[in-house]
Design a protein around this ligand. Structure first.
Ligand code: 5GP
Ligand code: MN
Length: 354
């Protein structure tokens, strides 16, 4: 690409200060700070079907850029779930799938692009060619395994809870911690909260220390929790009930629980993006179940999400058989075939991991 390419992967677990020092030692924070200072148009991009961490981190960064007086724009490959619509700055996000022209016009003049919460161009769908061919300086901030080498600076650490936590560390490393206002802190908090299942997994002392700093920025954590988790539409709640009562298969011998939804089911419950978020976790909550999956019939593929307990690696299953990826205990992908074939494949390969 003609630029110096940093690849910074932190192999050391749970070492918050070390991580910052290493970034400082390698002048990564300084270089990013300088790039931000010189940038005229900054573009910030989350992954397709963005979740709380993706939207939280991009908005956390967007508010910091605004505080620095920079021109910054957030472009998402497609729409985000309704339960994130209340977030400060969410209404400014340009949605590429809904408004290609406006989104592409916003990306085109960028001289600095931040890519958050994903590890490969394939995760930004139709934006992929535009971004990979773009001449802007690109910085990736992510926490997924095996990142593809496609950015000028890649900050990738799988030991952190979320991209939002990693972003916070970068902000501290740049010396901009004091510029994090309540809006920016809200984004980062939402990212950490949702990617840790409300502080139930991937938590470390550092993650809690960062959370304490975010609370000191004046965010209302209770209100944020309510806004994200307690705003189900009636149809979403009924869909959840339907999934658990009519569409769940439990196989104690195989230690598996599976949920599946057909196109007709989605229509019946007026499915909106985000409505099935978290449903697979209920299946995993059953005593004796070690792996769970949800299989959702889309127009021409099956969308899958997997969860596991302990050391059972659902990320390799998603990667090797479902064109996806993710984390050891939470992953997702898609399957080109029928619902039954997707389920059969998962049942088969899950037994090889036990
Ligand atoms: P979820 O099941 O909540 O949608 O996603 C769980 C984890 O799997 C997330 O970290 C997400 O990044 C990853 N993931 C979900 N869907 C996909 C996919 O289609 N491709 C890849 N590479 N990762 C995915
Ligand atoms: Mn994440």
């Amino acid at each position: 690409m003609g630029y110096r390419n940093y690849c910074y992967f932190c192999a050391l677990k749970n070492r918050y200060y070390l991580l910052i020092y290493q970034m400082i030692e390698n002048n990564i924070c300084e270089e990013i700070k300088e790039r931000i200072g010189n940038a005229r148009h900054i573009c910030i991009i989350p992954h397709v079907n963005p979740d709380g961490d993706a939207i939280g981190s991009v908005l956390g960064l967007h508010h910091l850029m605004q505080k620095l007086g920079k021109s910054s724009v957030v472009v998402s490959p497609n729409n985000f779930p309704e339960f994130l619509e209340w977030m400060p700055g969410a209404s400014e996000i340009l949605i590429h799938s809904a408004n290609k022209e406006a989104a592409e016009n916003a990306i085109q003049p960028a001289d600095l692009i931040f890519l958050l919460d994903f590890n490969s161009p394939s995760r930004i769908d139709q934006l992929a060619p535009l971004i990979t061919e773009h001449q802007a300086f690109k910085v990736l901030i992510d926490h997924h395994l095996d990142p593809k080498d496609f950015c000028d600076i890649m900050i990738s650490d799988t030991s952190v809870s979320s991209a939002s936590e990693l972003l916070y560390q970068l902000i501290v490393g740049m010396g901009y911690e004091d510029l994090i206002n309540a809006d920016s802190a809200t984004g980062i908090y939402v990212g950490i909260m949702t990617d840790t299942g409300s502080y139930s997994y991937s938590i470390t002392p550092e993650c809690h220390r960062i959370t304490a700093s975010l609370l000191e920025k004046g965010i209302d954590a209770i209100q944020i929790h309510n806004a994200v988790y307690d705003t189900y539409s009636e149809s979403r709640m009924r869909l959840l009930g339907f999934c658990l009562s009519e569409r769940m298969i439990v196989d104690y011998e195989k230690c598996l629980a599976l949920i599946y939804l057909r196109k007709d089911d989605l229509r019946r419950f007026k499915y909106q993006p985000g409505d099935t978020e978290g449903v697979v976790n209920y299946a995993l909550s059953i005593k004796g179940v070690m792996m769970a999956g949800i299989f959702i019939e889309r127009k021409d593929y099956i969308k899958v999400s997997f969860r596991s307990k302990g050391n059972l690696p659902v990320n390799t299953i998603a990667h090797d058989y479902f064109q996806g990826g993710g984390h050891l205990n939470a992953s997702g992908g898609s399957y080109n075939g029928t619902l039954d074939e997707a389920i059969a494949k998962f049942v088969e390969v899950s037994q090889q991991k036990k």
